[in-house]
Design a protein around this ligand. Structure first.
Ligand code: SF4
Length: 344
């Protein structure tokens, strides 16, 4: 019976769990930060960020009080910056409303910015030993296969049904190990993209499609919508050994971050004069592409040496040394890397 999977899963997890810093010291703060980092980032990529973040901001109070520049710098390269902004908002709420300690119930955790059902379930079960489910894409895949469920797991009603099923199975004892076990199983054994390793699976005897070709066809997902493509022109404007940056508007994509000045559409000479720039030299740079969740930027770049430059609001000239303190989005990496060469 599917409801009997808890014991073999927990015992398998205890033998096979991989060692990560947030598992070795699963304090609520560390579990929370790791879960937020791992939402859109692979574990291997997140590890150095996690260590750096914990060294710089070891407590909720440190996170609540950090400056935006420090915060964005610590997150630079991880993308999806709203995650770190919400982390800080939640830390400030924890300081003002919860006496500086993360709340220990699923319901209270859900009231914090950036914490949805999955993260609330993960923190409540892993850090506080509370009986709550934590259902992410890995868990949905494992559950769809265990129960031979061919409905589209991205549809909210199907997700809800599978979540309710997991909720009914999470044990009173060691709920955190159960949740981590099922996620670990999805990451190392019941692999995505038609690669389940059924012969190594501790749940083989409980699985409706164990060892069958059918396991490879599950879960079913509707095709994602196509991303919108935006053509942008990016300007690497240099003057007197400094580079020109612009602050993005506070709301929307990469809200409030510093960027290389850019515009939608192809290069129009007017943009430079609108930005108070008189160029002495313009050269074409390589094209570049960056994929966000809903939009792709296809970028054309130009190196512009400015003869005269009148700084406009939201623009700033920054030296090579100062640049290290700015968190430029990875979307501009092709162009910001050029600054390492001798163009300033
Ligand atoms: Fe996945 Fe195979 Fe295990 Fe079933 S038996 S849960 S399909 S790895």
């Amino acid at each position: 019976m599917i409801t009997d999977i808890a014991a073999p899963l927990v015992s398998w997890y205890r033998q096979h769990e991989r060692s990560f810093p947030w598992r070795e010291d699963p304090s609520p703060y560390r579990v929370w930060v790791s879960e937020i980092m791992l939402q859109q980032t692979r574990i291997e990529a997140a590890l150095p960020y996690f260590e750096r973040f914990m060294q710089a901001l070891p407590t909720v109070a440190d996170l609540a009080a950090a400056s935006e520049d420090v915060l964005l710098k610590l997150w630079e390269g991880l993308g999806y910056y709203s995650r770190v902004r919400n982390l800080q908002k939640a830390a400030q709420m924890i300081m003002s409303d919860f006496g500086g300690e993360l709340p220990d119930t699923y319901e209270q955790l859900l009231t914090l910015p950036g914490i949805g059902e999955y993260t609330a379930g993960a923190i409540a079960s892993i850090a506080f030993g509370k009986r709550a489910a934590a259902v992410d894409g890995n868990v949905l895949r494992v559950m769809a296969r265990l129960t031979d469920d061919a409905t589209d797991v991205m549809q909210p009603k199907n997700r809800k049904r599978l979540t309710a099923l997991v909720q009914s199975i999470v044990p009173e004892q060691h709920p955190g190990d159960f949740n981590q076990g099922i996620m670990e199983l999805g990451e190392t054994v019941c692999l995505p993209n038609a690669q389940p390793r059924c012969s190594e699976c501790p749940l083989f005897d409980y699985c409706a499609v164990a060892g069958l070709e059918r396991a490879r066809e599950l879960p079913t997902r509707a095709k994602p919508k196509q991303r919108r493509v935006e053509h942008r022109t990016v300007f690497l404007v240099v003057k007197d050994g400094k580079v020109l940056l612009r602050r993005r508007p506070p709301k929307g994509l990469l809200g409030g971050m510093w960027e290389l000045p850019n515009m939608e559409a192809n290069y129009l000479g007017d943009a430079l004069s609108d930005w108070g720039i008189q160029a002495s030299f313009i050269d074409r740079l390589p094209d570049s592409k960056h994929v966000f969740s809903h939009v792709e930027w296809h970028m054309t770049g130009y190196l512009v040496k400015a003869k005269r430059l009148t700084l406009q609001p939201d623009f700033q000239l920054v030296s090579k040394e100062e640049l290290a303190g700015y968190a430029l989005p990875t979307a501009f990496r092709t162009y910001s890397d050029i600054l390492k060469e001798d163009v300033l």
